[in-house]
Design a protein. Structure first.
Length: 662
């Protein structure tokens, strides 16, 4: 039986799957061959499209010469090993377009490939080409709480309303929207979701045991679109849930407890993906309390998951969050590398070390984490942040595709890029919630889509992905304007916020809006050290914290000297005077002034472009974005004026161009 396509609740934006995106498929004659649950999903999709556009769908007939425009064939390929569970082959000959796959997910991804191509999938001839994801795991971590947290609300660092999964303290009774979410994810290649916050609070800890049925219901809703469910768990679960006196990873009763709890999880969810763990990080429990290493901790959970083929994602975000700001010897940027490099090779095969892309915390500009290049004996996953905690909180337009692409293409050593080193997957903290536009700012949908497509192909051109998203979501008409407002938006955001890689300068706690010294005398280890003479953090080996030495050559040498360090990272690696001349030829202080004026001007221009799209974009969507541009402009001006005034007052150096600084 074909699975009906999920019905969006009234008023919910169809994002990149509006009915019009299915026009080319829906107007044609399609044959579907094969069996299995995902074939029913594919059938449901094609049947729905045909109903709208007058085409026809047939199951399991012989292809026949020219009888069908599209054949979606599961199991008919000669090269099943090469296609794998998720790959597909695409070809067009004699008036028929053919997608062959050897796994259900492959067939589904093949169908969405045809949808993306639209009419182009049905014109000319195309030699058979195989497509498969470069990374097996393409996952979203939802920082969603079941119970509304007194400080963080329901979704930690969430800017898109409440949780898609949880409502009124339990899993939603109506999971139709979750099904629709799974569908959107499949259409951009995402195949896994962790359904709760890495900070596992009291209520959420119980999802592992007596509340696993709620997780199973969510898993049931996501499964038809090939999305597997994962769960964040507390390392202290044996104590807080099991009543044991210890959570020591080498204790036999603890090991037994995890084995039993995990067995029960798989009874409820046979295709459960595994656990996500934040341990010994920002106050979370972990193996350090028992004098054990993080490999001991991760391997404990890996052993419990191993009989079922599950994976533990162990986060490398471990640092001292109670630092004394007077102590210049401790450098938070060094922490992940210092903790984990000595453990390389000690992790079980089904333990994945999940590393944030930068060494600090998702700032608008950071160097690529040196840890990613220093763990050849460990399966690594790279973690990105789609939720825009530090990049405008989905009130500012900040399309992160170019930043993520730079990260994924970065090579610590010539032989492999970050995209290739991420053998354990690419993961993003999700930016979606129950907001009618899914992501608060309608243009932030582009980040979610781009993440999925980059996880599928980390070396893909992000600009091409952006255009694909625009075409699907908006149809023809406003493409050029949309491209213009999104393409450079990350660099614009960087211009009006913290300069030259120095980071933070945000309001403490919620992290929205400027506060230059907000974290300067705090315990969090994120300082800029600005005084009357200069600014920046000396992370050189020669005179600083030594962080630059964590990189392989040539990066270690390049970052070591202010003369060779790339401008955009200068203040991350060096403390320099305001008069220091950048490679661009400008002084640091003049760069700060110029970029902050430019950043605001660029937002003003983008807002005008957006205004000019009225009439080409759905009015509700247009109005929501227009409203957010007002706030972005207000925010950008606030950033400009606070940063420029602060540095004029500190340095006493006037703006060469005599512009107004307060
Ligand atoms: C950031 C964020 C926290 C989050 C943490 C993490 O510090 O502000 O809310 O818990 O990252 O990644 O664990």
């Amino acid at each position: 039986m074909p699975l009906p396509v999920p019905v969006l609740p009234e008023g919910v934006d169809p994002a990149w799957l509006p009915p019009a995106a299915f026009r080319a498929v829906g107007g044609r004659r399609t044959l579907i061959r094969g069996s299995g649950p995902l074939v029913e999903t594919v059938h449901g999709e094609v049947a729905d499209a045909c109903r709208r556009f007058g085409g026809r769908v047939v199951r399991d007939a012989e292809p026949g010469d020219g009888a069908y425009d599209l054949v979606l064939d599961l199991g008919g390929a000669d090269d099943p090993e090469l296609l794998g569970e998720e790959g597909f082959a695409f070809a067009r000959a004699g008036g028929t377009t053919t997608v062959t796959a050897s796994g259900g997910r492959g067939l589904l991804y093949g169908l969405f490939h045809v949808v993306r191509l639209g009419e182009a999938a049905f014109t000319g001839e195309r030699a058979r080409e195989r497509q498969h994801p470069a990374l097996a795991l393409r996952m979203l971590d939802h920082w969603d709480n079941v119970a509304v947290h007194p400080v963080m609300g329901q979704v930690e660092r969430g800017y898109a309303g409440g949780s898609l999964f949880w409502e009124d303290g339990r899993a939603r009774g109506d999971l139709e929207r979750v099904r629709a979410y799974g569908r959107l994810l499949a259409a951009c290649g995402i195949n896994a979701v962790a359904v709760n916050n890495v900070n596992v609070h009291e209520t959420e800890a119980r999802l592992l045991t007596d509340r696993i049925g709620e997780v199973a219901a969510i898993a049931d809703a996501l499964r038809p679109y090939g999305v597997r469910t994962h769960l964040s768990v507390s390392f202290a679960a044996p104590v807080v849930l099991g009543g044991l006196p210890t959570a020591d990873p080498l204790d036999e009763t603890v090991r037994g407890w995890w084995a039993e709890a995990t067995g029960a999880v798989y009874e409820a969810i046979p295709d459960f993906g595994g656990y996500v763990v934040k341990a010994d990080s920002e106050g979370r429990p972990g193996p350090f309390a028992y004098g054990r290493s993080h490999a001991d901790g991760a391997n404990l959970l890996a052993a419990a998951l191993e009989p079922y083929g599950g994976t533990v994602h162990w986060r490398a975000f471990v640092y001292d969050h109670c630092q004394d700001w007077r102590d210049r010897g401790t450098d938070r940027a060094r922490a992940a590398y210092d903790h984990f490099v000595p453990l390389d090779g000690a992790f079980a095969a089904n333990a994945v070390l999940q590393v944030k892309h930068g060494p600090i915390d998702f700032q608008v500009r950071e160097p690529v984490s040196p840890l990613i290049g220093a763990m050849p004996g460990t399966r690594l996953a790279v973690e990105l942040q789609a939720t825009q905690e530090y990049t405008g909180q989905q009130r500012h337009v900040c399309w992160l595709g170019p930043m993520w692409s730079e990260v994924l293409r970065f090579r610590h050593r010539p032989e492999s890029s970050v995209g290739e080193l991420a053998r354990g997957g690419l993961i993003a903290v999700s930016n979606a919630g129950d907001d009618p536009f899914w992501t608060g700012h309608p243009l932030a949908q582009a980040n979610l889509y781009t993440f999925g497509r980059l996880a599928w192909r980390p070396d893909a051109d992000p600009g091409g992905i952006l255009d694909e998203w625009i075409r699907l979501t908006f149809g023809p008409g406003p493409e050029a304007g949309l491209h213009a407002v999104l393409d450079g938006s990350w660099r614009t955001y960087e211009k009006y916020t913290a300069p030259l890689g120095v980071g933070f300068m945000v309001q403490p706690g919620h992290h929205y809006g400027p506060s230059v010294d907000g974290y300067e005398y705090s315990p969090w280890g994120t300082y800029h050290f600005a005084d009357r003479d200069g600014i920046g953090v000396d992370r050189s080996v020669a005179t600083g914290t030594g962080y630059a030495g964590q990189y392989a050559k040539p990066w270690a040498e390049l970052y070591e000297s202010p003369d060779t360090c790339p401008d955009e990272l200068l203040l991350f690696f060096h403390h320099v005077s305001y008069g220091h001349t950048l490679n661009s030829g400008k002084t640091v202080i003049q760069h700060i002034y110029d970029t902050h004026f430019e950043g605001v001007e660029e937002v003003e221009e983008a807002r005008e472009v957006w205004d000019s799209l009225a009439g080409l974009v759905d009015p509700v969507r247009h109005a929501r974005v227009a409203e957010r541009y007002e706030e972005q402009l207000r925010g950008a001006r606030e950033w400009r004026d606070q940063i420029n005034s602060y540095f004029l007052r500190k340095s006493g150096v006037p703006d060469e161009r005599g512009r107004r600084i307060y």
